[in-house]
Design a protein around this ligand. Structure first.
Ligand code: GTP
Ligand code: MG
Length: 286
């Protein structure tokens, strides 16, 4: 039995909880490369994921995870060849990752995970990342002619934030950057991909790495120059396929079921694939 160790890295509102819930619905009801095992070998408490799925079945969004929450579920999975694996999937308040960055301190529990994990899942919601593309040109203007942008640039530019955070985490995990990284494998999931480009029927999507390079060029070149190409993949992820309100009642979710919603765009681009387990299957080599 394999028990692959993965680390999930995602800030607040990046889509961790909804991806976990949808992943659970998929492997249980509409399996792709990974499916839920229904043997009784693995005692697992899946109630947190059941709760997310229950919200989605009613057509509404699940709750924000409180900042101090750290919870883990054990997903008993099997791959397409019938190989069994138990995947521990964490969910936590995304503020914790911000704190790692701000305090430049990594809690012990994170340290051992980062060191042991064979794969990292990096969730980036491009639409919510703050950058200051015109800050440099503003600097060359006379002070009195500057727009508000320069004054507003109090938050870190997302390019600098992610590169700094990744360097910090790699250092803590004891991963050097002289040679290209082979372990951990890295799956970058560009989450809520539906809000970033319109999904029209029959549309062929560009490789998601292009979207990362367009929006966060520094992050893109840091990742692509530090990881070996065969252990890095960049996906578009829309766990829900559309926005959901906390008090909403989206009919497609109620009528068709959450397992019919959501898709991924594979690294090479193409048409949306409903198999939300695909990036994880790639990560664990299934
Ligand atoms: N449009 C769109 N919205 C999504 C998708 N997935 C999640 N969302 C929305 O994004 C918001 C944040 O999603 P969560 O899954 O709660 O994010 P999280 O990473 O768990 O956030 P924290 O619990 O705060 O760490 C919610 O309001 C969701 O409704 C998606 O695929 N598409
Ligand atoms: Mg959450």
């Amino acid at each position: 039995m394999r028990t692959p160790e993965l680390v999930l890295l995602g800030g607040p509102h990046s889509g961790k909880t909804h991806y976990a819930g949808q992943l659970y619905g998929r492997v249980r009801r509409r399996p792709g490369l990974l499916r839920l095992r229904n043997d009784r070998g693995t005692p697992s408490n899946l109630s947190a994921l059941e709760e997310v799925l229950r919200c989605l079945e009613e057509g509404r969004a699940a709750q924000h995870t409180s900042a101090d929450t750290w919870a883990e579920v054990l997903l008993p999975l099997a791959d397409a060849h019938g190989n069994a694996m138990d995947l521990r999937w964490p969910d936590y308040g995304g503020e914790q990752l911000r704190q790692v960055f701000e305090q430049r301190a990594v809690p012990e529990a994170w340290r051992s995970r980062l060191t042991q994990a064979e794969g990292w899942v990096l969730l980036i919601r491009l639409k919510s990342e703050t950058t200051y593309p015109d800050a440099l040109s503003e600097l060359t203007k006379r002070l009195e002619n500057r727009s508000d942008t320069a004054k507003r640039a109090v938050e870190w530019d997302a390019n600098a934030y992610w590169v700094e955070l990744l360097q910090l985490l790699l250092h803590v995990a004891g991963v050097g950057q002289i040679d290209r990284i082979r372990r951990p494998r890295l799956a970058v999931l560009l989450s809520c991909y539906d809000e970033f480009e319109k999904a029209e029927p029959g549309k062929v999507w560009a490789p998601p790495r292009q979207a990362l390079a367009d929006h966060l060029p520094l992050v893109s070149s840091f990742i692509e120059s530090n990881w070996a190409t065969d252990v890095l993949s960049i996906w578009g992820l829309s766990a829900l396929g559309r926005p959901l309100e906390r008090n909403g009642a989206a009919e497609t979710f109620i009528d068709e079921g959450p397992e019919k919603q959501g898709w991924v765009i594979p690294p090479e681009g193409g048409t949306p694939d409903p198999d939300l387990s695909r990036p994880l299957a790639w990560l664990v080599g299934a």
